[in-house]
Design a protein around this ligand. Sequence first.
Ligand code: ADP
Ligand code: ASP
Ligand code: MG
Length: 418
Amino acid sequence: MALIVHKYGGTSVGNVERIKNVARRLAKWHRAGHQLVVVVSAMSGETNRLIALAKEIQASPDPRELDVVASTGEQVTIGLLAMALKELGLKAKSYTGWQVHVLTDSAFTKARIIEIDEKKIRADLAEGTIVVVAGFQGADEFGNVTTLGRGGSDTSAVALAAALKADECLIYTDVDGVYTTDPRIVPEARRLSTITFEEMLEMASLGSKVLQIRSVEFAGKYKVKLRVLSSLTDADMPLEEEARSGTLITYEEDKLMEKAVISGIAFTRDEAKITLTRVPDRPGIAYQILGAIADANIDVDMIVQNISVDGMTDFSFTVQRSEYAKAMEVLNTKVKDHIGAERIIGDPKICKVSVVGIGMRSHVGIASQMFRALAEEGINIQMITTSEIKISVVIDDKYLELAVRVLHKAFGLDQAPA
Ligand code: ADP
Ligand code: ASP
Ligand code: MG
């Protein structure tokens, strides 16, 4: 008997038929003798619908109230799934995040989980009850409802698995695993049977939304055994087969010899670039610029400063596109004249494309291979950042799909590994 956390995303619970299917799948795992905790998302499209409603009333919705609204989608699916399980004759009980209780900080719309009280869940499991928990939500120390950021149900699931010291956390979704890149963009993308934790962390942080980045961080910190697999297969497929399907996140470096140098390509359209031209090149300037941005609670991703000419330099950085307008306002009102910058140029029409692979540690020439592939398509690189196992470039938004396809081919990702 094992304690297993399942998580089903929006498409997997997108209608009543699919919810009944999830219940059938859970019944199979239950019959095999496992204790089950199930985390579910809202039905696909529901969270978007709720946020859009809020925006019809307030252009920038009050964050506390937005969380009250956005968190309701998951309350519907936990109730429906618990009913579907009961219809199959199983004991089931649904809990919202705050009923559990999932304690978070008070950063509305992007709260972090601090602690999970798992006592109620353990008592239910001991009685053979399947526990259904709403993903994406918690409550802060004052009892305010919070949400964990888009895609946050993954994090709810992994955090619960960590708190319960579960044997495994299975993330069921609408693809059958982690692919070399988003299969919606590159049909030739291949499923990886394993991916190292470090690569998954980079892929998620660089835009592959198959797992929310914080869920991967949690998994690494608590060494949660994590697998991504499909919820759209036959619910009655043999359990042993299902348990081995999908992609396993591994914590040991796979034998490098057997691995491709590059494991995957990630991308994001969620960023915007800001450049301050002709700023004086003297100590404290970067701090004045980025300090004001940090004070406004805006996260910065890439940063590039040019060499100075005549004591002046250009300074560029990227922020989340959703925070672009706020960042521009801060710079124009609080920074520009203060530091004597000539101009502030904003560009929200950029994207970031990254190649990821731990094989980079032992191979040279990956950057030049990447840049050549982009150059051959006439794609101009605006910014570059690297780490030990990834190279990211900022390019014009209109080249996103072309760049991903070209790189996928250039690194041989559409070929099965030798
Ligand atoms: P869920 O609702 O189950 O949480 P998401 O839509 O959040 O599902 O994540 C699954 C989607 O992630 C897939 O449909 C796919 O389009 C996208 N995706 C992006 N990058 C990858 C990748 N490298 N591997 C697999 N899926 C990816
Ligand atoms: N329903 C939330 C969202 O759409 C959380 C999730 O699906 O993981 O972002
Ligand atoms: Mg998701």
